[in-house]
Design a binder for this molecule. Structure first.
Ligand code: ATP
Ligand code: MG
Length: 328
């Protein structure tokens, strides 16, 4: 196994991310929408950046998040979860005026989802570059950008500032381009998206996101286009089919998936990313980082709730030992 240290070591400072914290409230049974009274379970801590950073912290990586919640129980349940799991919550601001973001979710029988969101008018959209955010950024070693942050006004100024501080001190950047494609209709958003693709040390796409990031259709062409743009690592997430690393060193590493019964797919990609970034920053070779990342994604889909299945190192080791894998 070769160890190519493309990401800054954990000792340089925490992995940080920026973006929405939400609660998710889930329908107990599949069906269409919310047009009648139905049984619901929640609130569950959620938000793609929050799930990502929780997985980083649970695995033992230094981790922190810049986000905003309301002065309410939905905010407290999130902050307490992240704190308990070891994340730095000092840069989560508490809005006196806006409630914590929320998402009501109901799966349809075909696996698609209906949502009722309160994000744009919630505390989640009120993040800014305050003193606590600056302090966290000043000691960060790695920035993980979630595409979902592109929907939040103000997030990009923080991302820009963070890149300008973290890069010069030897830190690195990863990018999960999981954003709504329509957002790229905006010229400025597209320009910012392209800039992130250009500077990222690691890109973590799934499905179509690879083509959107690369500007090419077809996996081989898209991966080559990204590597030609000097992206050191591209890691493709393939749901129940596992994942693949493509490196600027010309290496390809395929990691077969774990065989699990999927209960709730939400958060798999975020747990995968959190585990991969953390394992690489802790010095693990690609093969081992992919194994933990696959395990983190797979374990999370076996549990109801967006981040309820994020695993510690010991839990992931137990999961890996006990769970069969697809044949490559
Ligand atoms: P999300 O829905 O959170 O945006 P994503 O599309 O970014 O997810 P996925 O490819 O769905 O990412 O999941 C990430 C990883 O989690 C996969 O590469 C795989 O390793 C693991 N995983 C996800 N779903 C399953 C599954 N049903 N069975 C086994 N492993 C899974
Ligand atoms: Mg995704």
């Amino acid at each position: 196994m070769t160890h190519s240290p493309h990401l800054a070591p954990d000792a340089l400072g925490p992995t940080i991310t920026i973006g929405e914290i939400l609660v998710e409230i889930m329908a107990d049974f599949p069906g269409n929408g919310f047009l009648e009274p139905i049984a619901l379970t929640g609130p569950y801590p959620s938000g793609a950046p929050a799930i990502f950073i929780d997985q980083c912290a649970r695995l033992g990586g230094a981790a922190g998040i810049i986000a905003s919640v309301g002065d309410d129980d939905f905010g407290r349940i999130n902050v307490e979860r992240l704190r308990k799991d070891g994340a730095d919550v000092s840069a989560i601001s508490v809005s006196p005026d806006f409630p914590t973001g929320s998402a009501f979710v109901r799966y349809r029988n075909d696996g698609s989802r209906d949502f009722v969101f309160n994000i744009a008018q919630s505390a989640a959209a009120r993040i800014g570059l305050d003193a606590q955010a600056r302090t966290l950024i000043a000691r960060a070693g790695h920035l993980h950008v979630m595409g979902t942050a592109f929907a939040i006004p103000g997030a990009f100024d923080i991302i820009d500032h963070a890149i300008g501080v973290i890069r010069p001190r030897g830190g690195t950047v990863s990018f999960d381009p999981n954003l709504r494609k329509e957002l790229l209709g905006h010229a400025l958003t597209l320009q910012r998206f392209q800039r992130l693709v250009d500077i990222a040390d690691l890109i973590l796409p799934s499905g179509e996101e690879l083509f959107v990031a690369a500007g090419w259709e077809g996996e081989a062409a898209a991966v080559q286009a990204l590597l030609a743009r000097k992206t050191p690592e591209v890691v493709v997430k393939r749901g129940a089919l596992g994942s693949t690393y493509f490196g600027s060193d010309g290496r390809r590493v395929d990691c077969p998936a774990f065989v699990v019964a999927e209960v709730d797919p939400t958060g798999a990609g975020d747990c995968f990313g959190g585990a991969y970034v953390t394992c690489r920053r802790l010095g693990m070779p690609v093969e081992q980082a992919l194994l933990y990342a696959n395990a983190a994604g797979a374990r999370n889909v076996t549990v109801r709730g967006p981040m309820e299945g994020a695993g510690t190192r010991a839990e992931l080791d137990a999961f890996i030992a006990a769970t069969p894998r697809c044949t490559p």
